[in-house]
Design a protein around this ligand. Structure first.
Ligand code: DGL
Length: 244
């Protein structure tokens, strides 16, 4: 069983890639919408919240856990690796290296949460790989609007904060909620190159499956969904996003 978690529905943008590449595995998706947004929480809060989720997923039989959230990954992955040495973690980080490798010399904008941009992991990534013309945009509150499906507010937000970046060619979606609103971003910025983390995560999972000799079944795996707020509409949204 592969555990996948996020502060809500955003991690589905990662899970979808995993199911496409490894359809015969079993997945347990933990949507922690009751604690959304993670981006404005303290490091200490994120560590406590994610430790509880990992304990839950381990009890469900997960040996590999994908932290399908940039904020939780950049802040807490080292802590979680130390706390749970027998579990393998795959971290999600903003795909700035993808922008660096594929679209050098383009005007590049990285969109992520406050928590991600304040993490040491992000800062070391940024120093190693950034295009010469790179800006960062603190997207406070945006993940929460996406979680709440508040499309009027999302459009307003993007118009206000993204319009100054018209002319940017490469956008790093440094929060797993953001791929859900690619269309709305394109409506403000026009055609851009989007850089996401999902391909890298899937590749990493492939390496771990081989390393641990994990066999895939010869039929489609199960996907279990759990939401910490127990809101009924979450499961429906999960299925819609997964099957879109
Ligand atoms: N999906 C999370 C991320 O990738 C959302 C952050 C939040 O809850 O603020 O950062």
């Amino acid at each position: 069983m592969i555990g996948v978690f996020d502060s809500g529905i955003g991690g589905v943008t990662i899970l979808k890639e995993l199911v496409k590449d490894y359809p015969n595995l079993d997945y347990y998706y933990y949507s922690d919408s009751i604690h959304n947004p993670y981006g404005e929480k303290t490091e200490e809060e994120i560590k406590i919240i994610t430790k509880n989720i990992v304990e839950f997923l381990i009890q469900k039989g997960c040996k590999i856990i994908v932290i399908a959230c940039n904020t939780a990954s950049t802040i807490a992955v080292e802590y979680l690796r130390n706390q749970f040495p027998n579990t393998s973690f795959i971290a999600t980080v903003p795909a700035i290296k993808v922008a660096y490798d594929k679209y050098p010399n383009t005007k590049t904008l990285v969109m992520a949460t406050n928590g991600t941009f304040h993490s040491e992991l992000w800062n070391s990534l940024y120093h190693s790989y950034h295009n010469p013309d790179t800006e960062i945009l603190f997207c406070n509150g945006l993940a929460h609007l996406i979680e709440e499906e508040n499309y009027d507010k999302i459009r307003e937000y993007l118009k206000q904060y993204l319009t100054p970046y018209q002319g940017y060619e490469t956008i790093v979606l440094g929060c797993t909620h953001f791929p859900i609103i690619k269309e709305e971003i394109t409506n403000v910025l026009g055609h851009v190159h989007f850089c996401e983390s999902k391909e890298g995560i899937s590749k990493r999972l492939g390496i771990l499956l081989q390393r641990f000799h994990i066999k895939q079944k010869n039929h489609k795996g199960n996907i279990i969904f759990y939401d910490s707020s127990h809101a009924k509409q979450k499961e429906e949204r999960f299925s819609n996003l997964l099957n879109k």
